[in-house]
Ligand binder design. Sequence first.
Ligand code: ATP
Ligand code: MG
Length: 426
Amino acid sequence: MTKAIQAIRGMNDCLPGETEKWQQVEQVLRNVASNYGYSEIRMPVVESTALFKRGIGEVTDIVEKEMYTFDDRNGDSLTLRPEGTASCVRAGNQHGLLYNQEQRLWYMGPMFRHERPQKGRYRQFHQFGLESFGIASADIDAEVIILSARLWRELGIEDFVTLELNSLGSNEARADYRQALVEFLTQHEDKLDDDSRRRMHSNPLRVLDSKNPDVQALLVDAPKLSEYLDEESQQHFADVCKRLDAAGISYRLNDKLVRGLDYYNRTVFEWVTDSLGAQGTVCAGGRYDGLVEQLGGKATPAVGFALGIERLVLLLTSLDKFQNLRPAADVYVVSMGADAELAALRLSEQWRDAVPQIRIQTHCGGGKFQKQLKRADKSGAQIAIILGESELEQETVTVKYLRQQKEQISLPFAQVAELLTNLVEG
Ligand code: ATP
Ligand code: MG
């Protein structure tokens, strides 16, 4: 026997039963984004490698270790996008959407990172992202956070996620802090693990993010980023907090919150949960005023976030929030005999015309009555509509209830549409 080919490790199929959950979540994401006047943008999955190197930063984990990069047949270096913001900015610059304008955009789709696959961490995963361009004031930082909070309410998980908030300040303030932090870390280099020691030189702020309890204990005495914030950034941060307070959104100030991407300045935030184990960050974002210019556009302030759809679906599943998922069909049409089969085909089309919401599976592939009824049951449909020779003669159908203890009934053709309407509305 030939060996069956498997999917790539960390790249998952999403099967029926699961796709319905995704559709429900995606619907909420789209609706909420549109409630705030955001428009969808779709970018290619493959971009020039240079875009991510320049955008995300050469010494970030993503660029150093996680990208799917390859030479195409022309010898150009291409990369499967590991995130959406750099692509979104590239598209905005390329099509003149950003300069001197305001844009509120969202996107959704697959991202690729070569990480160790585990629960909540995959090599192909999906993000919903939202970006707002052209507004420098704190009201827009607050807007994107308030919007994200609405997502959790709509999904019914507002009690299971916590907002963590920090400000990274200006680039200059961060450079000063970086120097102070490196001095501190150098003094305690012997107590750092290999990972932190490496980061101390390449990307020292990421040491703050270390999961190692010994490193965290050491950091208690480290200089604080908040003490280095420039005055304008302090004011900006206070303005963000004031608006969140006014909107009734609670948050936890976390001065160790830094992000794994280099482009952030000022506001950064994460929504985290205890219900997912180690992969607890559901959504992350912040302000990135330098990125547009860094990618060749005119300086444009920007703020946004991205959320991981897999983690959201996992969280919703673990909280049992998918109770009303519908099977693929409401009705299954069974027919016996060649004439009845043709009639079933024709009538099914008429019923779909008459009741646009109805989902009808018409039996295909022939076979005995009992076999067809088994299929009807397996389809998950509420009722089977049965058409045999005698039904055809009398222009009636037999309706068999598959999920209720109810006697089967006989119904004239003309009354079927009404029954189906009641079925979808009930
Ligand atoms: P983490 O700290 O979990 O590695 P990150 O900081 O790398 O996350 P971002 O680049 O900010 O994550 O991406 C935003 C969101 O996308 C994350 O909060 C998470 O929900 C999701 N995400 C990131 N990487 C993965 C992955 N490999 N698999 C599944 N979801 C992911
Ligand atoms: Mg990561």
